[in-house]
Each structure stands twice: as structure tokens, then as C-alpha cells.
Design a protein around this ligand. Structure first.
Ligand code: HEC
Ligand code: HEC
Length: 255
């Protein structure tokens, strides 16, 4: 194949991937710069946008080398993976059953699940309200595909590194040991919204999170790296010690 042929091949591959879901135009209209970039750049842009959307997942999921299960299972090699199949991950009976019934993660099933987790899979414990924008979801799938070795992966894609785990929270803050009793005292305000049962009506469950993830999430609101205005206000009032205490309390709390 000559250079031109290879270029067209790459363009074709990108168009194929982009065409996996309807609505490429929706994406173009949904925020990507319309500077008529080559199709390769368009795919790279899509992946980059996906990395941004993935920030919403990174509180609970890990990607990339040595990714561990956290609140949710690690998401490497997700495309083509049977649902509920990662050893050592904490799954709901619903997710296990869906896998046994033949649910396999693909561009389409990830899209549908992430759009409305509880609507798609009744009984799932995934505390995400859903990614509403179809363009965001398509970008997310492109980003997740770049961590899969399956046929959907396009090897020559430039993959941005997954967001750093520390999210800019200094290690001395992560190392603070919280007093769970003080955390319980402070938690009264939280459980007016975050259901004590761990069940969530559109508000994510915060029970049983690993200490570090909880602290990072709270500091992300405090430092205005996560957008939610109410949580920004609440976290903004809390000292690092108080956040550590809340993390200790909610980590130990039973549902
Ligand atoms: C608040 C924590 C949380 C957030 C945020 C979150 N997840 Fe999850 N995720 C989970 C949990 C817990 C499970 C296991 C659910 C179950 O077993 O019902 C899960 C399961 C999954 C699965 C199924 C994996 C498998 O092995 O079968 C996929 C796919 C997934 N999440 C994708 C995402 C994506 C994409 C995002 C971001 C848009 C996201 N999740 C955000 C907690 C979360
Ligand atoms: C007025 C209702 C409300 C109150 C009170 C509240 N939260 Fe939240 N909290 C939310 C909502 C809504 C979200 C989801 C925000 C988002 O999408 O980023 C959230 C998100 C969170 C998250 C991240 C969850 C995730 O899945 O990423 C943590 C951790 C958290 N809250 C902890 C707390 C703590 C600790 C308190 C008490 C000090 C508290 N919240 C009080 C409504 C509330």
C-alpha cells in the first residue's frame, strides 16, 4: 500500500469507528471544534473528549496499567468483555445475572448502560445518574476502546493517559486519618440527601467507598474540579480533617 492508500485506510478505520453509533453530526454539533481537521485528528479529538467525560467515572473506576478494582471494576479490555466477569470486583446480583444471561460490553451496550444505568439494568449498584449527551457517550466509548485490545481498538490512536489518580490532592491530606465518631457527628447533613440505606434516588451512594477515593472526590468539589454547585458549597465548608472523618465514617458504615 502506498502512503496515500494507508492514509485512506486510516481515515476509513476512523469513519468505521465513528459510525458504530449513529449521530456523528450530533457530536460535531455538540462541542467539537469545526476546524475541518483530518479524520485522524477527529478521532483523536473524540478520544480526548472521552477522557474528559471519563472524569465522571474515575471516582469509582480505574483504567490503564495495573488498574485495580475500586468501587467499580477496572475497565481495561472492556469491549468484548462479559458483564460482571472481573475477578474480585464487587458486583450486584443483577450484574452477575446479566453476564450469565449473555450481556457482553460493546459500543452499543456501554452506550445504553451509561445513558441510564438503573433503567438499563434494574438492580445495578452503579451510582451514576447517567451521561445524558449522546456525543459524550460516543466519545467515552472511543476513549474506553483505546484501553481495549479487541478489534474495536485502533492501535495508531494517540491515547491520553488516564486522569492521575491523586487528582492533585496532596499526599499529606490523603494520609490524614479520620475519626469515624466525629464523622458520624458530621454526617447528619449528608444523609438528608445521600440515603443512609445506600439506596440512591438519583443521588450517588457514598457508603463503603475506599478512604482515598472519598477524600479525592470531596477535595475535587472543594477545589472546584467537579462542577456540582451544592457539593462544592458543602465540601468548601469542610476542613481536610473533617473530610477525613467523614471518609472514615462512611467507609465503615453498613448499608
Ligand atoms: C459512584 C461510583 C461509580 C461511578 C461514578 C461509575 N461507576 Fe461504573 N460501576 C460502578 C459499580 C459499583 C459497578 C458494578 C455495578 C453492578 O455490579 O451492578 C460498575 C460497573 C460498571 C460497568 C460494568 C463492568 C463489568 O465488569 O461488567 C461498566 C461498563 C461501567 N461501570 C462503566 C462506567 C462508566 C463508563 C462510568 C462513567 C460514565 C461509570 N461506570 C461511573 C460504580 C461506578
Ligand atoms: C443537598 C443534597 C446533598 C447533600 C446535603 C450532600 N450531598 Fe453529596 N452529592 C449530592 C449530589 C446530587 C451528588 C452528585 C453530584 C455530582 O454529580 O457531582 C453528590 C455527590 C457526592 C459525592 C461524590 C459521589 C460520586 O458518585 O462521585 C460524595 C463523596 C459526596 N457527595 C459526599 C457528601 C458528604 C460527605 C456530604 C455531607 C457533608 C454530602 N455529600 C452532602 C447531593 C448532596
Amino acid at each position: 500500500m502506498d502512503a496515500r492508500g494507508r492514509f485512506l485506510g486510516a481515515v476509513f478505520a476512523c469513519v468505521l469507528l465513528a459510525g458504530m453509533l449513529p449521530g456523528l453530526q450530533a457530536i460535531a454539533g455538540g462541542g467539537l471544534e469545526k476546524s475541518e481537521p483530518a479524520a485522524e485528528n477527529e478521532h483523536a479529538q473524540l478520544v480526548r473528549r472521552g477522557a474528559e467525560v471519563y472524569q465522571r467515572c474515575s471516582a469509582c473506576h480505574r483504567l490503564g496499567a495495573n488498574a485495580q478494582n475500586r468501587i467499580g471494576p477496572q475497565l481495561n479490555d472492556l469491549l468484548g468483555r462479559k458483564a460482571g466477569s472481573i475477578e474480585g470486583a464487587r458486583y450486584s446480583p443483577a450484574m452477575k445475572q446479566a453476564g450469565a444471561d449473555g450481556l457482553v460490553w460493546s459500543a452499543e451496550t456501554i452506550d445504553a448502560f451509561v445513558a441510564d444505568p438503573k433503567g438499563y439494568l434494574k438492580g445495578t449498584t452503579m451510582g451514576l445518574r447517567g451521561v445524558e449527551d449522546a456525543g459524550d457517550r460516543k466519545a467515552l466509548v472511543a476513549y474506553l476502546s483505546s484501553f481495549s485490545t479487541g478489534p474495536s481498538n485502533i492501535p495508531e490512536t494517540t491515547v491520553p493517559a488516564p486522569p492521575p489518580v491523586d487528582a492533585g490532592v496532596p499526599s499529606e491530606i490523603l494520609a490524614l486519618k479520620g475519626d469515624p465518631e466525629y464523622g458520624e457527628y458530621l454526617s447528619g447533613e449528608c444523609v438528608t440527601c445521600h440515603q443512609p440505606s445506600g439506596a440512591d434516588k438519583g443521588i450517588p451512594s457514598i457508603i463503603g467507598w475506599p478512604h482515598e477515593d472519598f477524600v479525592i472526590a470531596m477535595h475535587a468539589y472543594k477545589n472546584k474540579k467537579r462542577p456540582h454547585p451544592v457539593m462544592r458549597m458543602i465540601a468548601g465548608r469542610l476542613s481536610p480533617e473533617e473530610i477525613a472523618a467523614l471518609a472514615a465514617y462512611f467507609n465503615k458504615r453498613d448499608r
